[in-house]
Design a protein around this ligand. Structure first.
Ligand SMILES: *Cc1c(COP(=O)(O)O)cnc(C)c1O
Length: 399
C-alpha cells in the first residue's frame, strides 16, 4: 500500500463521507506546486479553492505566523490584541469599508453580513419581518443562514430554514430583481462574480443597476467577495472595477492564505444602526494568529503589488485558454471569467478531464458538471500558464 493509499483508507474509515475527494494526499507545497505523500508533484491551478493566493511555502508568511505563535495564539474577544487591531485597519484601508468583524470562515462572514442587514432594517422600522433578495445559482456557504441565501438547489435540498424570507432573482437580469422588491425587502445579496455557480461575472449595467435600485428603495447591497475578491479579478475587490461600493461586504478564502479567517465589513452608516455590543461574537473570530495572517497577507499584497501582477498576467492566461478553446471548439462552448477566475464550459461533464489532468500533474477543478474552473495562485508566471496550457490541451485531446 502506498503512503497515499494508507491515508485515504483512514479517511474512508473514520470521517463523515461528505466529500467526494480526488485520490491525492497533499503533503507539502512550494510556489505553484504541491507534492503528494508519494512524492508526485502537481502544478496547482486550484489554489485550495482560491485560497493560496501568495503561493505555497511562502517563507515570510510562515515566519510571520511562527512569530505570532511564539507570542500568543489566542486571547478571546474579551481582550484586545495587537494583530486584530492592525488587521482591522489594514482591511478597512484596502476595502474602503469603515467597520470590520473577523470570522473563522466565509459562511460565518455571510451570517454576520445578513444579521447586520436585518438588524439595520429592524432599527429603521422596528419590524423583524424583512426579506432579502438573493440569486439563482449563487453560493454563499453551508451554515443554515448562508444556505438560506444560496440559490443552488443542490446545496439547499433538505433544509430551507428561512423559507419565505428570501426571494431569488435571476443573475444579470435587473428586471427580475426589480419585480421582487416589496415593502418588506431590506437587502440584496450577491457575488460580484458568481463562483460555484459556474464563473459568471456581473455585467456592469446589471450590478450598477442593482446599486441604484438599492439606493432608490433604501435597500442595503451586500456583495460576497469571498471567492472573487482579494485581487483575484484584477482589483483588490471585484466591485472596484465596476465603480460601485457595497454597503456590506464579505471576504474569506485568500484573506488568510490558508489560515481559516473571514470578514464582514460595512460602511459607517450601516454600522451606526446595526450590530452593537452583545449582538454578535465569536470565540475564535479574529484571534491573534488569524489576524497575524491577515496582516502579513495584506502586507505582501502591497509589497508585491499583486493586483497589478494579476492585471498583467490576465491577458496571457486568457489567450492560453482561448487557444485551448479554439483547438477543441467541438467540445468547449465558451471561455468566461474575470482575471484569475476563469472557466471553460464544455458540452459534457469535465470530470474525465480533471482526472486525466491530475495524472499529468495538473490540478484543476469544476464549477458545476460541465464547467472547468481555473483559480491559480495570484503569483503565477508566464511559464506556469504555458505549462498548464500544454497539459490541458493534451488531456482534452485524450479524453
Ligand atoms: C467559498 C465561498 C463561501 C463560503 O466560504 P467557507 O469559508 O467555505 O464557509 C461563500 N461565498 C462564496 C462566494 C464562496 O466562494
Amino acid at each position: 500500500m502506498s503512503n497515499s493509499e494508507k491515508y485515504m483508507k483512514l479517511e474512508d474509515e473514520y470521517t463523515l463521507q461528505t466529500y467526494a475527494r480526488f485520490p491525492i494526499v497533499i503533503e507539502s507545497g512550494d510556489g505553484m506546486y504541491v507534492t503528494d505523500a508519494d512524492g508526485k508533484k502537481y502544478l496547482d491551478f486550484a489554489s485550495g479553492i482560491a485560497v493560496y493566493a501568495l503561493g505555497y511555502g511562502n517563507r515570510e508568511f510562515g515566519d510571520a505566523l511562527k512569530g505570532q505563535i511564539d507570542l500568543v495564539i489566542h486571547t478571546s474577544n474579551l481582550y484586545y490584541n495587537e494583530p486584530a487591531s492592525l488587521a482591522a485597519k489594514a482591511f478597512c484601508e484596502v476595502s474602503g469599508m469603515e467597520r470590520v468583524f473577523f470570522t473563522n470562515s466565509g459562511t460565518e462572514a455571510i451570517e454576520g453580513a445578513v444579521k447586520s442587514a436585518l438588524k439595520y432594517a429592524f432599527s429603521k422600522n422596528g419590524s423583524d419581518d424583512h426579506e432579502i433578495i438573493a440569486f439563482d445559482h449563487s453560493f454563499h456557504g453551508r451554515s443554515l443562514g448562508a444556505l438560506s441565501v444560496t440559490g443552488n438547489a443542490h446545496y439547499r435540498e433538505g433544509y430551507t430554514p428561512w423559507e419565505g424570507k428570501v426571494r431569488f432573482a435571476e443573475y444579470n437580469d435587473l428586471k427580475s430583481v426589480e419585480t421582487l422588491v416589496n415593502e418588506k425587502t431590506c437587502a440584496v445579496i450577491m457575488e460580484t462574480v458568481q463562483g460555484e455557480g459556474g464563473i459568471h461575472p456581473a455585467e456592469p449595467e446589471f450590478i450598477k443597476g442593482v446599486r441604484k435600485l438599492c439606493d432608490d428603495k433604501g435597500l442595503l447591497l451586500i456583495l460576497d467577495e469571498i471567492q472573487c475578491g482579494m485581487g483575484r479579478c484584477g482589483s483588490m475587490f471585484a466591485f472596484e472595477d465596476y465603480g460601485i461600493r457595497p454597503d456590506i461586504m464579505t471576504s474569506a478564502k485568500a484573506l488568510g492564505c490558508g489560515i481559516p479567517v473571514g470578514a464582514f465589513a460595512m460602511t459607517q452608516k450601516v454600522a451606526d444602526s446595526s450590530l452593537t455590543v452583545g449582538d454578535h461574537g465569536s470565540t475564535y473570530g479574529g484571534n491573534p494568529l488569524a489576524c497575524a495572517a491577515v496582516c502579513e497577507v495584506l502586507r505582501q499584497y502591497k509589497e508585491k503589488d499583486i493586483v497589478s501582477h494579476v492585471r498583467e498576467m490576465t491577458p496571457v492566461l486568457e489567450a492560453a485558454l482561448d487557444e485551448i478553446r479554439k483547438n477543441h471548439s467541438d467540445r468547449i462552448k465558451e471561455r468566461r471569467g474575470k482575471g484569475f477566475m476563469q472557466a471553460l464550459e464544455f458540452n459534457a461533464p469535465v470530470a474525465p478531464v480533471i482526472g486525466k489532468a491530475q495524472e499529468e500533474g495538473l490540478l484543476v477543478i469544476s464549477a458545476g458538471k460541465n464547467v472547468l474552473r481555473l483559480l491559480p495562485p495570484l503569483v503565477i508566471q508566464k511559464e506556469d500558464i504555458e505549462k498548464a496550457k500544454i497539459i490541458l490541451d493534451k488531456v482534452i485531446s485524450a479524453t
